[in-house]
Design a protein around this ligand. Structure first.
Ligand code: FES
Ligand code: FES
Length: 154
């Protein structure tokens, strides 16, 4: 075990972990940020998506040692202070969630897409978002909400 300082949601936090510990468990168990979900644990579903320096990243397969050099980690709790991020607002307006389990990962992945590409085409949205799985099948509403957040919906 070793102590690390990580920057998460714009605050430095001291955490203790073995070098093999994945970021997901630091976020959930040490920092109590339960919006980031555990599902497959092997990088296949996207439920655990956070941002590292604004880029969509699967925290269940990201070792703590990958984020100790000043990278900025953002979880769903830090995406905006009052749920006012354009993706969050579009998610509400398009009534995307069903059971909700995958949705924080979906929102983080969508926000990561818009960080990289503020005006994606419908095809780009569908392709990018297909990396995150939803057992409730909310894919059409996800695509619509991302278009709304990007301002490309008609
Ligand atoms: S829980 Fe991380 S990708 Fe599925
Ligand atoms: S809303 Fe239920 S798994 Fe996606």
């Amino acid at each position: 075990m070793a102590k690390y300082t990580i920057n998460i949601n714009d605050e430095n936090q001291e955490v203790e972990a073995s070098e093999k510990t994945h970021l997901l468990w630091i976020v959930r168990e040490q920092l109590g940020l339960m919006g980031t979900k555990y599902s497959c644990g092997i990088g296949a579903c996207g439920a655990c998506t956070v941002h590292i320096d604004g880029k969509s990243t699967r925290s269940c397969i990201t070792p703590i040692t990958a984020v100790i050099d000043g990278q900025k980690i953002t979880t769903i709790e830090g995406l905006s202070s009052d749920s006012s991020h354009p993706v969050q607002k579009a998610w509400v307006e398009a009534q995307v969630p069903q059971c909700g389990y995958c949705q924080s990962g979906q929102i983080m992945h969508a926000a990561g897409l818009l960080n990289q590409n503020p005006s994606p085409s419908k095809e780009e949205i569908v392709k990018y978002m297909s990396a995150n799985l939803c057992r409730c099948g909310t894919y059409m509403r996800i695509a619509k909400a991302v278009e709304m957040a990007a301002g490309t919906d008609s």
